[in-house]
Design a protein around this ligand. Structure first.
Ligand SMILES: Cc1cc2nc3c(=O)[nH]c(=O)nc-3n(C[C@H](O)[C@H](O)[C@H](O)COP(=O)(O)O)c2cc1C
Length: 360
């Protein structure tokens, strides 16, 4: 099998990852909720958008650089928070942090990390911390304080998972963490009842227990009051919720349906984007994730108003295929594809990508 460096696109890296992973791990990563309608629509929505490219623009010099929350990134693709990365490779989240640093972009570390916040932060580069709010607010506050103390640049509050979606692949596989892989930052079990349907799965018993299903807008106020870091709200798909998030102190919105893993038949994220962008009206930056697999997807999301996008599964496939080098290869491929698409769209800079570039 070719190494990750010779893979031509993200789909080929996923195939290599599939060949290396156990069924339990592959299906945990690839799967979505219920019938996985939203997983598919996150992708197919991009195929239904067409690019109205410009011609006869000098594109001999191009730059994919931009800023996110005021800080520079080499290209507008960040790494989404994904749980349990040591299921994909031994170095887990540390390998991802190294790849992000080398690629000049931001890694978002999941609360459900299998490496400690401190070990990942020690890699350096730019990192943000993704927060699940536990009923135990003392535990939650200590996670935020640790991220802040380590120099992480933002907190990403995930709001689309008050309870876990029903992922039938995991139920079938009796998903559990293998010996030696554990939640590195939070206790691995709690006394709170598990979400319906997950009683027999290690995912429910080990991870979701303790997450607060009572999370509300008041908690956004609370979070903003306990940290000096900017808070982004991840999991919004409506303009009215985005406006509320801004009113409650959010510094950024991440339009996301959790990669189709929570509410099945939820709107594809790129379809939800324009309404959110219009409602936010430039008050804060809007990011997006879900189904980004090609440079042209990135261009379309930016044209529709996203400041940058995040990729989740592709980075995990890179890790599984070839560790840090595989994750880096995923980012390099995406950067090259973004650059090529910009050239062919007649957009030498990210600032040249405007809404009229895309038509449904
Ligand atoms: C295996 C896996 C684990 C995830 N874990 C988390 C998590 O811990 N916290 C979170 O906010 N989102 C989590 N997500 C959602 C991602 O952050 C992101 O929204 C989604 O993966 C984007 O879609 P994509 O995988 O199509 O790029 C997870 C997604 C996957 C696939």
């Amino acid at each position: 099998m070719p190494d990750a460096v010779s893979h031509l696109n993200l789909a080929e890296i996923e195939l290599a990852a599939k060949a290396r992973l156990t069924t339990l791990a592959y299906e945990y990563y690839v799967g979505g909720a219920n019938d996985e309608v939203t997983v598919r629509e996150n992708r197919s929505a991009y195929e239904k958008l067409s690019l109205r490219y410009h011609v006869l623009v000098d594109v001999s010099k191009r730059s994919t650089r931009t800023t996110v929350l005021g800080a520079p990134v080499d290209f507008p693709v960040l790494i989404a928070p994904t749980a349990f990365q040591r299921l994909a490779c031994d170095d887990g989240e540390i390998a991802t942090a190294c790849a992000a640093k080398a690629a000049g972009t931001v890694m978002i570390l999941s609360t459900a990390s299998t490496c400690t916040i401190e070990d990942v932060a020690a890699v350096g580069g730019r990192q943000w911390f993704q927060l699940y709010v536990y009923a135990d607010r003392g535990l939650t506050k200590s996670l935020v304080e640790r991220a802040e103390a380590c120099g992480m640049g933002a907190v990403v509050l995930t709001v689309d998972a008050p309870v876990l979606g029903r992922r039938e692949r995991d139920l079938r596989n009796h998903f559990h963490l293998p010996t030696g892989v554990r939640l590195a930052n939070v206790p691995s079990s709690g006394s709170v009842p598990t979400p319906t349907g997950y009683g027999g799965s290690g995912l429910g018993t080990n991870f979701a227990s303790g997450i607060d299903a009572a999370l509300s807008w008041r908690d956004v106020d609370w979070l903003c009051s306990i940290t000096r870091l900017p808070v982004l709200i991840k999991g919004i798909v409506r303009g009215d919720d985005a406006a509320k998030a801004v009113d409650h102190g959010a510094s950024g919105i991440i339009v996301s349906n959790h990669g189709g893993r929570q509410l099945d038949t939820a709107i594809a994220s790129v379809r939800a984007l324009p309404e959110v962008v219009d409602e936010v009206a430039g008050r804060v930056e809007v990011l997006l994730d879900g189904g980004i697999r090609r440079g042209t997807d990135v261009i379309k999301a930016i044209a529709l108003g996203a400041r940058a996008v995040l990729v989740g599964r592709p980075v995990v496939w890179g890790l599984a295929a070839d560790g840090e080098a595989g994750a880096k290869r995923v980012l390099d491929l995406l950067r090259a594809e973004v650059d090529l698409a910009m050239a062919l769209c007649g957009c030498p800079t990210i600032g040249d990508i405007s809404r009229d570039l895309v038509v449904a």
